[in-house]
Design a protein around this ligand. Structure first.
Ligand code: HEM
Length: 223
């Protein structure tokens, strides 16, 4: 038996409030802080962008399957898709398209991507949790990351290297986010399912933080 949702609390507010502490932890992780302050070099930003590529492959492959689903389908919007932009950024960061054959996911990234794929197969509400955690974050704090990357490494404003953070087909992100929150508020789920979704959002944040921790860890030395 789960508790009912607090009366009059929109689901979008519940989700945001329930993940606030996790958000602060992700935002203040050593890797993020060191990367955004410029303490880490372009090489760290490239490694981070590579890991995002694996995450968005999982998210957007699943989107292809879930477009007609009554719960997850309304969230699947072509203008959010990030894979083509990520690939352009990685072509630019590596200076060659050959990275496709060489980059590998970290263990934490693999765990994260596998979880997205797993829920997308049998739990559309779980997919919504992962969708929210990434795309609403990209539309929000992602803009802070873009600004720092442009300043730290001299990318052209909204150009190659930071296209992942540029939603060309969303001219008004604030309005888009309002519409997204309305979608969350009207998700066809009972209170028990909504609490499960909140729990999965927490898990999604933890999975992101684990990737930051692994990115911050010194690479193992040979021998
Ligand atoms: C340095 C890193 C980050 C910064 C500076 C940052 C900053 C922000 C800011 C300022 C907002 C509020 C925007 C608004 O109210 O419209 C926001 C929202 C959000 N962020 Fe982040 N963020 C960061 C990292 C992350 C990470 C790693 C995730 C998860 C993967 C994330 C997920 C979210 C989500 C889901 C929201 C939407 C909250 C809501 O309104 O429901 N953020 N972020």
């Amino acid at each position: 038996m789960t508790s009912p949702l607090p009366a009059h609390l929109p689901f979008s507010t519940l989700v945001r409030d329930a993940t606030k502490a996790e958000h602060t932890r992700a935002e203040n992780s050593t890797f993020m802080s060191d990367m955004l302050s410029g303490r880490l070099g372009l090489e760290a930003y490239t490694r981070y962008t590579e890991q995002l590529w694996f995450v968005y492959q999982a998210l957007e492959e699943a989107a292809g399957r879930l477009g007609g689903d009554p719960v997850a389908g309304p969230f699947v919007r072509r203008e959010l898709f990030r894979l083509p932009s990520l690939e352009r950024d990685l072509d630019h960061l590596h200076g060659t398209p050959a990275w496709r054959g060489t980059v590998t996911p970290l263990a934490s990234t693999e765990t994260y991507a596998n979880r997205i794929t797993e829920v997308s197969r049998d739990w559309p509400g779980g997919y919504v949790a992962h969708h929210y955690t990434r795309y609403l974050g990209d539309l929000s704090g992602g803009q802070v990351v873009r600004g720092s990357a442009e300043r730290n490494w001299g990318f052209a404003r909204k150009g190659d290297g930071v296209r992942f953070y540029v939603f060309e087909d969303i001219p008004n992100p604030a309005a888009f986010k309002r519409g997204y929150r309305e979608l969350l508020d009207s998700v066809p789920a009972d209170d028990e399912e909504k609490w499960r979704i909140v729990g999965e959002c927490g898990r999604a944040f933890t999975l992101n933080t684990a990737v930051f921790e692994e990115l911050a860890a010194p690479a193992p030395t040979a021998g």
